[in-house]
Design a protein around this ligand. Structure first.
Ligand SMILES: [Fe+2]
Length: 182
C-alpha cells in the first residue's frame, strides 16, 4: 500500500521518468537485501515507500527549505502522514529522508534507515562497496532495474544542489548533525 502510494507520488513529481524510478527501486531492493544480510528487521512497505521518495526534494520545485533533503521531507511528510504513517514509522521515514546521503552513520539513527544509507553507497559505487552482499544478489538487483540515463539525472541533481541550494549546504548533507528538524 505505502509502496504503491510512494511510487505514484514519485511518478507524479519526477521529471526524470524510469531512470530515477529504477534508481529508487534499486535502492529499496539493496536496503532490504542488506537488512536480511545484517539481520535487521525491515518494514518492507515502509522502507520501499521511503526509498522511492528519498530524492523527491530534487524533483519538486520549491524553496520551502534550504536544501533538497529538508525540502523533500517538507513535501513528502504530509502525504505519508495522510497515508497513516506515524510514531516510530514516521521517525524511520524522517531519518531516510534526512540522512540517506550522509557519508557516515548518524548518531541516534535507527537500523532501518541505516540500511538505506549504506544501500546508497552500494548503489552509487555500482556494487564496488557491497557491505557484504553477494555478487549474485548485486547482479540480480542491478540487472533487474536498468540504469538507463541515470548519469544524466545525477548531473541534473548536482546542478540543483550547487546552483539552487548552494555549496554551503553540502557539508550538512554529507555530514548531518542529528537530530534534524524542518
Ligand atoms: Fe538517490
Amino acid at each position: 500500500m505505502l509502496e504503491t502510494l510512494g511510487l505514484e507520488l514519485l511518478r507524479a513529481e519526477s521529471p526524470y521518468g524510469a531512470a530515477l524510478e529504477n534508481h529508487c527501486i534499486r535502492l529499496a531492493e539493496l536496503a532490504l537485501a542488506l537488512g536480511t544480510h545484517q539481520d535487521v528487521e525491515m518494514d518492507e512497505d515502509l522502507v520501499r515507500c521511503a526509498a522511492y521518495l528519498h530524492d523527491i526534494g530534487l524533483c519538486v520545485k520549491s524553496h520551502s527549505q534550504p536544501n533538497y533533503l529538508k525540502r523533500g521531507l517538507d513535501f513528502a511528510r504530509p502525504h505519508v502522514q495522510r497515508w497513516g504513517v506515524q510514531g516510530s514509522d514516521l521517525k524511520v521515514f524522517d531519518e531516510v529522508m534526512l540522512y540517506s546521503h550522509s557519508l557516515r552513520r548518524v548518531s541516534g539513527m535507527g537500523p532501518q534507515a541505516e540500511m538505506v544509507r549504506i544501500a546508497v553507497s552500494v548503489e552509487h559505487s555500482w556494487g564496488a562497496l557491497s557491505h557484504g552482499l553477494s555478487g549474485a544478489t548485486l547482479q540480480k538487483i542491478f540487472s533487474s532495474h536498468q540504469r538507463l540515463d541515470f548519469s544524466r539525472v545525477l548531473w541534473e541533481f548536482a546542478k540543483t544542489t550547487l546552483l539552487d541550494d548552494g555549496p554551503s549546504q553540502l557539508f550538512g548533507i554529507f555530514f548531518p548533525k542529528a537530530p534534524q528538524t524542518l
